[in-house]
Design a protein around this ligand. Structure first.
Ligand SMILES: [Zn+2]
Length: 290
């Protein structure tokens, strides 16, 4: 009797939540949706540069309250916001969903990735509540760690988004990858390696890195033009003049913050070059188009 009662309750709860959630726009990847009084059958449209979605990771550099205020105020926006310590409901972490994934969010700004500009129109964004950095009186820059609870939420969320939009590993990027002259989020403490272990984003094979290093000291400075060409091929907007100018250093540092987090000094060195070559090998990257 008790079981039957519970089942009845559960059923009505399911029906209730069902009715409420079906008014949402149809997420990409979901073919059919019940919208109450009618059904939606979503078909895939073949577009130029299809399969070109990019997933962009950010930190807010604000606390929870201010992050939500800014991201709902109309100046900037995002698809998902990961709180500093996500609430737990039914034993699961809760992400704040602010915009449907196929709606344009204003999170990328002036940006470039693999031949495409203005990534707002072709990306899904995740903002993570994190202080970012503070410049200390002694001249050092202090970066702030992400909470394990945040990463535990980002992993299943990102996996889901990647699957829904069929996002290539090399198109899972940092804001600093697509705007290296202006941005440094989510910064060098964002655990890209941990995400890659969970199947999210690109990561080189250690054996390939070693092969390309070919016995050179890791920090041995390398040819600037070679590095610029490799970065451009991987997807970055970078000058191709062979000079180690500020712009080039910013791009190298962005790459290092993503793939060689222990040292992101912006200097072209043998290890950075080897990681880049290993990534290009692994993902068979021929040219920089999305
Ligand atoms: Zn950002």
């Amino acid at each position: 009797m008790k079981n039957k009662f519970c089942f009845g309750l559960l059923l009505s709860a399911l029906l209730l939540t069902g009715c409420q959630s079906e008014i949402d726009p149809v997420p990409l990847g979901v073919k059919q949706r019940d919208r109450g009084e009618y059904m939606v059958d979503r078909q895939q449209v073949k577009v130029e540069n299809g399969n070109a979605m990019v997933l962009v990771m950010h930190y807010t550099a604000l606390d929870d309250e201010k992050s939500l205020k800014v991201l709902t105020g109309g100046e900037v926006s995002i698809h998902y916001l990961v709180p500093s310590i996500p609430k737990i409901e039914r034993g699961k972490p809760v992400v704040i969903h602010l915009l449907p994934e196929d709606a344009e969010a204003w999170h990328a700004g002036k940006s470039f990735w693999r031949g495409r500009e203005k990534l707002n129109t072709s990306s899904v964004g995740i903002e993570i509540v994190n202080t970012g950095y503070t410049d200390e009186p002694d001249g050092t820059r202090k970066w702030y760690k992400f909470n394990d609870e945040q990463i535990d939420l980002i992993i299943p969320l990102a996996k889901d988004i990647i699957k829904r939009h069929n996002i290539a590993p090399y198109n899972v990027v940092a804001h600093s990858d697509i705007a290296p002259q202006r941005k440094s989020d989510p910064g060098p403490l964002f655990p890209w390696d941990k995400l890659a272990q969970a199947g999210i984003g690109a990561w080189p094979n250690a054996t390939d890195v070693k092969k390309h290093l070919a016995g050179r000291p890791k920090n041995m400075q390398t040819d600037v033009l070679t590095m610029q060409k490799l970065l451009a091929r991987y997807g970055y907007q970078v000058p191709l003049h062979g000079q180690l100018d500020k712009e080039t250093k910013n791009v190298i540092a962005a790459f290092q913050m993503h793939f060689r987090r222990s040292n992101f000094n912006g200097i072209p060195d043998a290890e950075t070059e080897s990681i880049l070559k290993a990534l290009i090998d692994k993902y068979k990257i021929k040219s920089a188009t999305v």
